[in-house]
Design a protein around this ligand. Structure first.
Ligand SMILES: [Zn+2]
Length: 55
């Protein structure tokens, strides 16, 4: 299932920088590394922080 929520994160395959969709939108909406400018980014899952208190 594709999740197009704003929490999506891309990782540059060249320099490994992590770029969120929010940052891409700020820079014109292009899928492009904000660090090195490389255009091949892979979609990764944003870290899901689950804090379940086992009390
Ligand atoms: Zn890069």
């Amino acid at each position: 299932m594709e999740d197009t929520a704003s929490g999506l994160v891309y990782e540059c395959v060249r320099c490994g920088a992590k770029v969120s969709t929010g940052e891409l939108e700020l820079r014109g909406g292009e899928i492009k590394c904000i660090v090195c400018g490389y255009r091949v980014l892979r979609k990764i899952r944003p870290p899901i922080v689950k804090r379940i208190k086992a009390i």
